[in-house]
Design a protein around this ligand. Structure first.
Ligand code: VAH
Length: 309
């Protein structure tokens, strides 16, 4: 049985839907800090949970006989810069709670998301490899980098089966993102359809690694289903699909909506974006557990616009 913590977020919503389809509604317990009136809550078992409360998580694990936890609760990069202490508390201690449950053999398997934010301004920007300089300069990146180290430690020292990928910016149509630097790549579609114009908070040439949600969910389920022996990296795997700048995605949208225009007014998020890689080398994920992406900029744009309409 599966517990998803942070099931109402951008990734959690899609993940819950997919896991319920795969393993049956009754076997996937969704949980979040509040009970919204949405699909996740209405389509199956749902519990209100505070990811910072170890006893609450432990209680849910016991009453539902949970074996696998997907920990999707976190503060993202832009929000974390505004509230560093809380970001550190939430992003780190929720992870420790879940790792410690596995160490105590109360659960069997963990999925924990990392991010390309583990890289920093001193990291080589193009085709960034799995093993390279990692000096993250954001609170969010520091928490993800530390989390990765702890995941590997718990695996090596305590035998905890924890699996992780470094998600790039994720683009989805059904649930909005919250508080990330890559969020522009979702907003731009909504504004293109509604207003035919978008004012971007990053500069035109800010290229970042991105992925369509369908691919991100596929990767998540794939790494969790792989035999343990295939997961050779226990910190977190580089994962890639496409890379583009605001100017490039705008041009792609203009192929569908010719009158669409974009303007640029960089804010504090520019510095965050500038500290991250532009493209990612994910050869290990492809070799170790067979990762393959489906969507590129062109097919993602067509799919996004089709679904939002
Ligand atoms: C953020 N989307 O912008 C997240 C992320 C690749 C970055 O993890 O904060």
């Amino acid at each position: 049985k599966i517990l998803i913590i942070g099931a109402c977020g951008q990734i959690g919503t899609e993940l819950t839907r997919q896991l319920r389809e795969l393993y049956g509604v009754e076997n996937v317990i969704a949980s979040d800090i509040r009970k919204l009136n949405n699909d996740v809550v209405n389509s199956g078992p749902f519990e209100v949970i505070n990811a910072l409360d170890f006893n609450q998580i432990e209680h849910l694990v016991e009453i539902h006989n949970i074996t696998d936890i997907y920990l999707m609760a976190a503060l993202l990069s832009a929000t974390a810069e505004k509230n560093p202490a809380f970001a550190w508390d939430l992003n780190m201690n929720s992870l420790f709670h879940v790792l410690n449950l596995a160490k105590a053999k109360k659960i069997k398997k963990i999925f924990w998301p990392s991010s390309i934010a583990v890289f920093g301004p001193t990291t080589p920007k193009e085709n960034t490899s799995q093993y390279t300089i990692m000096e993250p300069s954001t609170v969010y990146g520091i928490s993800k980098q530390s989390g990765e180290r702890w995941c590997e430690y718990y695996n090596h020292v305590f035998g905890v089966d924890v699996r992780s990928v470094r998600y790039p910016g994720l683009i989805s149509w059904s649930t909005p993102p919250g508080g990330g630097t890559t969020d522009y790549a979702v907003d731009i579609f909504h504004k293109a359809l509604l207003d035919k114009k978008y004012d971007c908070f990053l500069t035109a040439q800010t290229k970042m690694p991105m992925m369509y949600m369908e691919d991100a969910i596929a990767a998540t389920i794939q790494i969790m289903q792989a035999p343990a022996a295939k997961i050779k990296i226990r910190s977190s795997y580089n994962l890639a699909a496409m890379s583009f700048s605001p100017a490039e995605i705008a041009r792609e949208i203009q192929k569908h909506i010719p009158e669409f225009t974009i303007t640029y007014h960089a804010d504090f998020r520019q510095k965050i974006a500038d500290s991250w890689p532009a493209s990612i080398n994910d050869v290990q994920a492809r070799e170790d557990w067979g990762w393959k992406h489906k969507f590129d900029l062109e097919s993602m744009t067509t799919n996004m616009l089709g679904n939002l309409k």
